[in-house]
Design a protein around this ligand. Structure first.
Ligand SMILES: Cc1ncc(COP(=O)(O)O)c(C=O)c1O
Length: 405
């Protein structure tokens, strides 16, 4: 029997927590695991701007006929503007994808099908660890060879930029490198403007190919500020791929909205890359789902809805920054190694805690963080910062040896 010969795959340990949290009867439980924005009340409401755009779409959409493998091209143009702003040197092409994950997968397939300029063997992508848990399966599944290096120092509290520069030395020309655009998942530790510029120049000199994963634009310092790194990069490299997710920034998670942008100096090679991406998309899923991208386009085409969306996004970011500051200023923060949180960005931070502490947090305090110790700060109401840190301090204490009677 074919089905019976499959190895039984474990559930994704992070997604499995969704069910575990729901089944936990403790009323004070805190879900800091899955990467979904929550407000102070623990809700993930549909954004007002999205509701308004949906109402307009329902009233005015004339057809649901197929759009083609590139999806909604006006949506892609708006996303290119949002991410890259007014650009001088480079040209841009893009297609709609099935979320940010779909954009990463399409990017990986483009890298994998490309004949290698030097040497043989599978195309290689360099990944700084720790990273978002799905990067490895997405890239490996597309046929890429993965090589890793350290994103942070041994304490996990600062960027190991020397490791990034060393990676550039070790990589072969033609290798791809994954860079997270802002709000690094899981560490919250991003590059400075200077580091973006240095890295971009070194990568261009070495002939390395950048793939930027941009899933949290607006969650760090602001829409413009969070795009500054990727903008500096594309000005310095001849070609780049940018996988954009709109699912966090527009709260459209299950509608699976994203885009794959390609930047280059000349139109003709970009057109070839675009044709290849469309052919790959056609063979994978034919066309992306329309609704979420149409919603984002409708928001971005309207000055009023864009202003409303920006205000909502600003409020989300402000809350994350307040939570970071409250944790960093807390009396327990120093012992727990969390004073750096106020300087980090986005929705996540990574506890230096091991598996035992993560388990004790859950068992003793009903606090759920991801299995690797990643905390979704959006899940933490300000009023519960005390509980969280007290729970963490208690879980981090070495267990008392049992007394011999
Ligand atoms: C760093 C990073 N990239 C990409 C994604 C993809 O998100 P989606 O496929 O929901 O757009 C996520 C989602 O958690 C992420 O954290």
């Amino acid at each position: 029997m074919l089905f019976d010969r499959f190895d039984l795959q474990p559930d994704d340990p992070l997604l499995a927590l969704i069910g575990e949290v729901r089944a936990d009867p403790r009323r004070h439980r805190l879900d800091l695991s899955v990467g979904v924005y929550r407000d102070e009340e623990g809700q993930t409401p549909v954004m007002e701007a999205v509701k308004a755009a949906e109402a307009q779409l329902v009233a005015g959409q004339a057809s649901k006929a197929y759009l083609g493998p590139a999806g909604d091209v006006q949506f892609c143009a708006r996303i290119a503007d949002l991410v890259l702003g007014t650009r001088s040197g480079c040209q841009v092409a893009g297609l709609q994808s099935v979320g940010g994950t779909g954009a990463l997968r399409l990017a990986a397939r483009l890298l994998a099908v490309n004949p290698r300029p030097h040497g043989s063997g599978p195309a290689t992508i360099w990944l700084a660890k720790p990273t978002w848990g799905n990067h490895v399966p997405v890239f490996e599944g597309a046929g890429l060879r993965i090589r890793t290096f350290a994103h942070t120092d041994a304490m996990g509290t600062a960027l190991d930029f020397a490791a990034w520069l060393e990676m550039v030395e070790r990589a072969e020309p033609g290798d791809a490198v994954l860079l997270q655009g802002c709000g690094h998942n899981p560490t919250g530790i991003d590059f400075t403007a200077q580091q973006w510029a240095t890295l971009a120049t070194r990568m261009a000199d070495k002939g390395l190919f950048p793939l930027v994963d941009l899933a949290y634009q607006g969650f760090g310092l602001g829409l413009e500020e969070d795009a500054a790194g990727v903008r500096a990069l594309v000005e310095r490299v001849p070609e780049a791929l940018i996988a954009v997710s709109c699912n966090k920034t527009f709260g459209l998670y299950r509608d699976r909205v994203g885009a794959l942008l390609m930047t280059g100096l000349q139109a003709a090679p970009l057109a070839k890359a675009m044709a290849m991406a469309k052919a790959l998309a056609r063979g994978e899923y034919s066309m992306p789902p329309d609704h979420g991208a149409a919603v984002v386009r409708t928001v971005l085409e309207s000055a009023d809805l864009t202003a409303l969306w920006t205000r909502e996004l600003d409020a989300m970011r402000t809350r994350l920054i307040q939570t970071r500051k409250a944790i960093a200023a807390h009396p327990l923060a120093s012992d727990l190694g969390l004073t750096g949180l106020a300087d980090q960005k986005g929705m996540f931070c990574l506890l230096g805690a091991g598996h035992r502490v993560v388990q004790r947090l859950k068992d003793e305090s009903a606090i759920y963080v991801a299995p690797d110790g990643r905390v979704n700060l959006a899940g933490l109401p300000l009023a519960r910062v005390d509980d969280f840190l007290a729970g963490l301090a208690s879980a981090s204490r070495a267990p008392q040896p049992e007394m011999a009677l």
